[in-house]
Design a binder for this molecule. Structure first.
Ligand code: PEP
Ligand code: MN
Length: 362
């Protein structure tokens, strides 16, 4: 069921944007000069807000931890010079207080903070009675409830200009991205809270510049409302996240190639084509469900047979052989192996459950 939250649409935030809400700026504020130069270099592009980290939550001690409160005035000055609202990450109530004192226009809660409900609640309490946009990054672990919980805490404090930022998830087995996108999580978030604006942060997903355009394209296809892209005036010299920050020129090129997708069209060619294809999909899905039902009934039969003869439900060799054969067959049909593997893991798990439930008396 939908989660009902009192959230204002992006178009009612009082911050201009052209179709897509773009936030850009360096990972970290490093100096007044850096911020002023970055702001003036990127203000010519259609961006809605200038970002910079002031307090950096670093995983390990010893890396650059941000310039601290001193940077707030630099950021505000840089934004004012080019007429852009400015945005900072807050991780505790003291940060909120300092940002509000310096006239920072928007706040975001970082991935490491979203992970901790106590910290989020303290920030939410500090925001009570304040009308400022707050963007909530996903927690570092792929836990949708934790993300939703943080959004609810901030919303219950009275913040209605609220959005989610998808920045990917920590994963041991991920080789390509810095943080695994796990797209089904933001898709599910949109299904649960349909009126929540969603921003994609391709920089922290990718960890390197070459991968950005692919993730941005995907975000547009998944109907994200905006993007947060890290941009540095001289990326190799950046004090944090050097490999993933683009130059202002690269930012311009990425935005230039942006193709914003619409949710539907009245074009008769499209309407006819999609209606036909969708009805075919509906029929095929019905057949898939019928087949799954039959397959599970057989699992129950097998369960009974094994129970009678005192045979274990798990048959490692059979499972191994079956999976090998299915993957081979799937490959021959041009199906993605990882997809079929996941599918069969689910089917096998359900089959085991059905066998456990099998009743000898039926
Ligand atoms: C950042 O935006 O620079 C940052 C620290 O992000 P995250 O919380 O997603 O790691
Ligand atoms: Mn960063």
């Amino acid at each position: 069921m939908d989660i009902l939250l009192d959230i204002r649409e992006l178009s009612e935030w009082g911050i201009p944007y052209s179709g897509i809400f773009v936030i850009s700026g360096p990972c970290s504020a490093e100096s007044r000069k850096q911020l002023i130069e970055t702001a003036s270099a990127i203000a010519k592009y259609p961006i809605s807000a200038l970002r910079a980290g002031i307090w950096k939550p670093r995983t390990r001690p010893g890396s650059f931890e941000g310039v601290g409160a001193e940077g707030l005035a630099w950021l505000k000055e840089a934004g004012d010079r080019v007429g852009l609202p400015v945005m900072v990450e807050v991780a505790k109530p003291a940060h909120v207080e300092k940002c509000l004192g310096q006239g920072i226009d928007m706040l975001w809660i970082g991935a490491r903070t979203t992970t901790n409900p106590f910290a989020v609640q303290e920030i939410a309490d500090a925001l009570r009675g304040v009308d400022i946009p707050v963007l909530v990054k996903n927690p570092i672990s792929p836990d949708l409830s934790l993300w939703i919980g943080a959004i609810e805490r901030v919303n219950r404090a009275g913040i209605t200009r609220i959005a989610a930022i998808h920045r990917g998830f920590c994963s041991f087995n991920e080789k390509v991205y810095r943080n695994k996108p796990e797209w089904w999580i933001p898709i599910e978030l949109r299904r649960k809270i349909p009126n929540l604006p969603m921003i994609c942060d391709p920089s922290h997903i990718c960890g390197k510049v070459e991968l950005l355009s692919g993730i941005i394209r995907k975000a547009m296809d998944l109907l994200f409302d905006g993007l947060m892209i890290e941009c540095h005036i001289n990326p190799p010299a950046a004090l944090s996240d050097a490999e993933q920050q683009v130059t202002p020129d690269q930012l311009g090129a990425l935005l230039n190639h942006l193709i914003v997708k619409k949710i539907s069209s009245d074009d008769p060619h499209y309407v006819l084509g999609i209606t036909h294809l969708r009805s075919t999909i509906d029929e095929l899905d019905e057949q898939i469900l019928q087949l799954l039902m039959q397959r599970m009934m057989i699992s129950t039969e097998i369960g009974r047979l094994k129970k009678r003869s005192n045979i274990s439900i798990l048959q490692p060799e059979r499972w191994q052989k079956m999976l090998r054969e299915r993957l081979k067959s799937a490959k021959g049909k041009g199906l993605d192996e990882r997809f079929v593997l996941r599918l069969y893991q689910y089917i096998h798990e359900e089959s085991i459950r059905r066998q456990e439930l099998a009743d000898l008396n039926e």
